[in-house]
Ligand binder design. Structure first.
Ligand SMILES: Cc1cc2nc3c(=O)[nH]c(=O)nc-3n(C[C@H](O)[C@H](O)[C@H](O)COP(=O)(O)OP(=O)(O)OC[C@H]3O[C@@H](n4cnc5c(N)ncnc54)[C@H](O)[C@@H]3O)c2cc1C
Length: 400
């Protein structure tokens, strides 16, 4: 329910902000009509806090909420500037969502926001979506906090899903809390396990620095919302040609709707060939790589193999790599086919983020380094000596 108090000054800012044409000012007082989706855009801009959205009671009829939704995250298509691709974590969410939806006997729906992205629906359907809510708008061409959160709140209020899952990425972690606070529902961050318990979503996540796994339920409100760690949920094989019911939703977002503006787009250049969360090969370095030159050696090997460069937290703290490349408990969880750990001791906080890699190779000059307990192949020696020779040999083999 949207309430406009007597402190309204009739300034009309809410009228301009509303993407659904649901507010008009009459006799210097804002009035809301039936088009209101409770998206909250008006409350954000009201200079006198005269607009209040009350939602708590709305979730009391839980049986009205049905279906498992996933927020389909897209990324830049670097081969096709300006284009978008579906991120691998979206495939993981769809696979996990499919399992939950089957267990509940409900639909799996994806929410796809963007501009000119309809062509991605086939790929989303191939990972199990029954339905895709497609919202295309100029203001959604690039991810934008205000625009994405407003549209999500409006869609959730209209269609009432029981569960909404977001990736635990920069985007997912940005949009999900805003949606949760607008809807006045709970949100469990960074889940590593999801299942159904007596009709509710059982959300499992590490707590207390990874020392215990906490099980969390939100039994009294709907939708139940969680962000899910990339590279943790098993990805199903896609079924090419699978079809989903595409439901187009329209929103009248103006291009300047948001308070957040995209000023510049910059890709980092070291190891930029791939995002580490999605890379098949990761060449990672720790404090033992010592300096920038050490990390250039890692990048040379990564480029030779077509992989990405990762780092331990110690290396990130030393400024040798940017934080998005950090692997581990407080960084990214990775699961590549090949993980090469160079000058990394193998602390438990690092290992939890890479131990599910198919093949781990460690290079360390200390034969008692714990990393040798988790690797398949270990080389005891100076990584700064070994890496250039390895890269040279691999380059020669590529040219033969
Ligand atoms: C709450 C919390 C969260 C954390 N999260 C993370 C996380 O997400 N990711 C993470 O990585 N860490 C994390 N840490 C830090 C973690 O505990 C370790 O401190 C860190 O992983 C150590 O990084 P390192 O292996 O690069 O450095 P070190 O432990 O200093 O190891 C350097 C290694 O390099 C070897 N070496 C030195 N010179 C050479 C050479 N020339 N050639 C080959 N080997 C060489 C040494 O033998 C040594 O084994 C976290 C810690 C806490 C408390």
């Amino acid at each position: 329910m949207l309430e406009i108090s007597a402190s309204c000054i009739g300034c009309s800012k809410c009228v301009t902000a509303c993407p659904f044409g649901a507010i008009a000012v009459e006799n210097k007082l804002a009035k809301v009509n039936e088009k209101c989706t409770l998206c909250g855009a008006c409350a954000q801009v009201c200079p006198v806090s005269a607009i209040e959205i009350k939602r708590k009671e709305e979730s009391s009829d839980l049986s009205a909420y049905k279906g498992v939704w996933i927020f389909a995250e897209l990324s830049e298509d670097r081969k096709n500037p300006g284009g978008k691709t579906v991120r691998a974590v979206t495939h993981e969410l769809l696979s996990c969502g499919r399992r939950l939806a089957d267990e509940l006997g409900e639909e799996l729906c994806a929410v796809l926001l963007g501009n000119g992205v309809e062509k991605l629906c086939g790929e989303i359907a191939s990972f199990g979506a029954d339905k895709i809510y497609l919202v295309e708008n100029e203001a959604l061409a690039d991810y934008n906090t205000d625009a994405a959160a407003t549209v999500m709140v409006a869609l959730i209020t209209k269609h009432k899903p029981s569960i909404v899952l977001y990736p635990s990425t920069y985007i997912g972690r940005d949009v999900a809390p805003r949606v949760a606070s607008e809807l006045y529902v709970g949100l469990t961050a960074d889940c590593t396990g999801l299942s159904i318990k007596e009709g509710n979503l059982l959300q499992t996540r590490p707590a207390f620095g990874g020392n215990i796994m906490a099980d969390i339920l939100s039994p009294n409100t709907r939708p139940q919302m969680a962000t899910v760690r990339p590279n943790v949920m098993k990805k199903n094989e896609p079924a090419p040609g699978a079809k989903a019911n595409i439901v187009r939703e329209t929103v009248a977002l103006k291009k300047d709707f948001s308070r957040v503006k995209l000023v510049e787009r910059k890709f980092d250049d070291i190891g930029a060939t791939e995002n580490i969360g999605e890379a098949k090969i990761i060449i990672s370095g720790g404090r033992g790589m010592k300096n920038k030159r050490g990390f250039e050696m890692l990048d040379e090997l990564a480029q030779t193999l077509g992989g990405a460069v990762g780092a331990s937290r110690a290396a990130v703290d030393l400024g040798l790599m940017p934080k998005p490349h950090q692997v581990g408990q407080s960084g990214t969880t990775v699961s590549p086919k090949l993980y090469v750990a160079c000058g990394i001791s193998g602390a438990v906080q690092h290992v939890v983020g890479m131990s599910s890699s198919d093949v781990i190779i460690a290079i360390n000059k200390d034969p008692s380094a714990p990393i040798f307990n988790v690797c398949k192949f270990g080389l005891v020696g100076d990584a700064t000596q070994i890496l250039p020779k390895l890269t040279e040999q691999l380059r020669k083999r590529k040219t033969v």
